[in-house]
Design a protein around this ligand. Structure first.
Ligand code: NAD
Length: 252
């Protein structure tokens, strides 16, 4: 058995012996679904545009034309993606009672599509938009149709306020579910981070809150020093092996 197999077995054991397990996912879990992450060398979105600008409230409110030709394009490019093995394994772990919740920084809807039910989308979602004046929620399709027909910024049909996507942009506050994520992670026995560079705050702080930390991520993270186990490989493959390791252990 090589070092990686041993590490996967240890993660399997930790999941099975823990009373409560949370998973924190980032853009890296969805690269195998064809969605580029921010920071991977060569393929990350950062190579083409600066997401801190394209996906910022400053650009949304001060230069909506630029927002709708850059940031909004990134948001809409995720609409047809399909979950991969890693998303499916996590949905199955939840059904089997092995994990309590998936906290995700992703906005691509892939945990929901894979069947996960307890998903805390701490950076919002790309299914909906809302009016910044009256708060009415609309589908992202309605927003896209308005933008497609030249209405920039798109306008609320109820009150005439400005509609915006339901994604948390740089400059936005985090939604209430972040407080729930904080409480869950504080109380859990194990946090498994999958596919996140842990560079984006305040979500990365969750990695220093938990009792035990384990990481599945190709690149290094600033929290590696706190992790009991780090597996530097592709999420799909690792979670597949993790599921098998758990099945073997339960069959014993
Ligand atoms: P990030 O781009 O900063 O980091 C992604 C990490 O995943 C990198 O360290 C990379 O080495 C690793 N990685 C890439 N492919 C992997 C794979 N197949 N298996 C395992 N690891 C892999 O992403 P982040 O930490 O999530 O922070 C970026 C921010 O941008 C977040 O807010 C995120 O929501 C957002 N974002 C979301 C999406 C999405 O919804 N799919 C895509 C891009 C960016």
């Amino acid at each position: 058995m090589d070092m990686q197999d041993q590490a996967i077995r240890r993660v399997a054991e930790a999941i099975m012996e823990s009373g409560s397990v949370c998973v924190l996912t980032g853009a890296g879990i969805s690269t195998e679904s064809g969605i580029p992450d921010f920071r991977s060398p060569g393929t990350g979105i950062w190579e083409r545009v600066d997401p801190m600008e394209a996906l910022s409230t400053a650009v949304l409110y001060n230069n909506p034309r630029k927002f709708y030709s850059t940031g909004f394009e990134i948001i809409m490019s995720m609409q047809d993606a399909r979950p991969n093995r890693a998303h499916h394994v996590l949905a199955r772990f939840e059904k089997e009672g092995l994990i309590d919740a998936v906290i995700t920084q992703n906005i691509d809807n892939l945990h929901h599509r894979a069947g996960s039910e307890k998903v805390l989308e701490v950076h919002g979602d790309t299914r909906t938009g809302y009016c910044i004046k009256c708060g009415k929620r609309v589908s992202i399709r309605l927003l896209a149709d308005k933008v497609g027909s030249g209405q920039i910024p798109p306008v609320c049909e109820e009150c005439g306020g400005i509609l915006r996507p339901g994604v948390v942009l740089f400059g936005d506050m985090l939604p209430d579910c972040f407080n729930e994520a904080w409480d869950l992670v504080k109380r859990c026995d194990l946090l498994l981070v999958i596919g996140s560079s842990l560079n984006v705050g305040p979500v990365n702080n969750l990695a220093s809150l938990c009792r035990r930390l384990m990481i599945v991520n190709i690149g290094v993270t600033p929290y590696d020093g706190l992790a009991e186990i780090i597996i530097r490989d592709k999420a799909g493959q690792v979670l597949d092996s993790l599921q098998r390791a758990i099945e073997e252990r339960s069959a014993r």
